[in-house]
Ligand binder design. Structure first.
Ligand code: PHB
Length: 397
């Protein structure tokens, strides 16, 4: 256990318990890590973990699962001193699979807390069901603005997409001499990110050359869209893509020959983790903003990376891993103080967890229950043969 993890809860764990948890989760089971007697039984709590195990966002789900498992592994399979049973469900690629899986966790498995969800449209529907049943929902990725609106049952450990999109607007307006084209998948996340970017970019004097929204999950050829970018005379391109779409998009952008003439900007998902390795040299020079980079140079982050690599087959942690790790940390703090393990007690306790120690740097929930946090300007560089999202500077707007 890292000294960093000890500060989060003041607890130690035997390594064997963590290994057992990992083995059970690899078997796809609900992994009972203690002698718990089910949801809300006083000394035990059942958590529903809803993450993509298939589709465009499968790799994001894997990173989040690793981050969540690591936190439990470091805390003896307990949160707030209570035994935790984790019931997993596949979020799939979109709401058609994810909403049903969320409903199953809420109704059939009767979880006390719901954690996870990558896709914003899925999360918005799952939120309705969770709030109706008074089950706290800790959103560990999906960034739609309306998800975190101060509702007492919804807390987010990731970001708000309009904020994240907006974090890069001023920098792009000041760096690019001419109009900028914008492009994103045609669903909530793409639209909200582009809207956030446009607001701060245009307020800083930037002009938009044109915009395209590409069908989510089914676009495999970006050439027609890249042709439009070229024809528009844009001097730069701002996009939102993640997971499998991020890999294909960056490879095609470089192949199309825009890499030299039309610099690429994006939220950091475009070049995060495994997708960066798959993109290779095509990603060098891409500038992004995000609340985390494994290049953050702090002892806390170094300890986290070491522990994560040991637990997750050498993989390097991503923002997704940290969001899920922090969801476990927030729940740990809440369950330490909660009067009971029913949804209402946990939700009440979440409202007073205070500062959450994190590999990204300590943060707190704001009044809408989003993280109050710093976004960093990052650039993909080749550092001695290894591609990295190097931190350039914190973005203050
Ligand atoms: C979202 O749908 O909100 C979403 C999906 C993937 C990301 C970020 C946000 O990387």
């Amino acid at each position: 256990m890292t000294a960093f993890a000890r500060r989060a809860s003041g607890r130690h764990l035997p390594f064997a318990a963590g290994l057992m948890a990992l083995a059970l989760s690899a078997a796809g089971c609900g992994d009972s890590l203690g002698s718990g007697s089910g949801a809300g039984s006083g000394d035990a709590v059942t958590v529903g973990l809803l993450l993509p195990e298939s589709g465009v966002y499968e790799s994001l789900g894997k990173d989040m699962s690793c981050g969540w498992d690591l936190y439990l592994d470091e805390h003896d399979g307990k949160l707030g001193g209570k035994d935790v049973t984790v019931v997993r469900a596949d979020e799939g690629e979109g709401p058609d699979v994810g909403v049903e899986a969320g409903n199953k966790l809420l109704t059939q498995d009767q979880v006390s807390v719901l954690v996870g969800v990558v896709h914003s449209a899925t999360a918005l529907a799952v939120k309705e069901a969770a709030v109706q049943r008074k089950v706290p929902f800790i959103v560990a990725n999906a960034g739609a603005q309306d998800l975190a609106d101060g509702s007492e049952y919804v807390w987010r450990t990731s970001f708000s997409l309009p904020h994240l999109g907006g974090s890069l607007g001023k920098h792009v307006a000041e760096s690019v001499d001419g109009p900028v084209y914008v492009m994103a998948p045609d669903y909530t996340a793409g639209h909200e990110t582009v809207q956030g970017f446009r607001e701060t970019f245009e307020a800083a004097g930037g002009d938009v050359a044109g915009e395209s929204f590409t069908p989510f999950g089914t676009t495999s050829n970006w050439q027609p869209y890249l042709s439009k970018v070229k024809a528009s005379g844009a001097k730069a391109l701002y996009v939102f893509y993640a997971g499998g779409e991020a890999v294909k998009f960056v490879q095609q952008y470089a192949k199309f020959g825009l890499g030299q003439s039309v610099p690429l900007y994006s939220p950091g998902f475009l070049t995060e983790g495994g997708v960066l390795a798959a993109q290779g040299q095509a990603a060098v020079g891409v500038q992004t903003s995000l609340h985390y980079s494994n290049a953050i140079d702090t002892p806390e982050n170094a300890e986290f990376i070491e522990a994560y690599q040991a637990a997750c087959e050498g993989a390097v942690p991503t923002a997704y891993s940290v969001q899920a790790y922090d969801a476990a940390a927030a729940l740990d703090l809440a369950l330490t103080e909660a009067d009971g393990t029913d949804g209402e007690s946990i939700a009440r306790a979440l409202s007073s967890v205070g500062e959450i120690p994190s590999p990204r740097g300590a943060w707190s929930f704001d009044e809408n229950h989003n993280p109050d946090q710093v976004y960093y300007l990052r650039e993909v560089r080749n550092e001695g043969g290894t591609l990295a999202n190097v931190i350039v500077e914190p973005l203050t707007d």
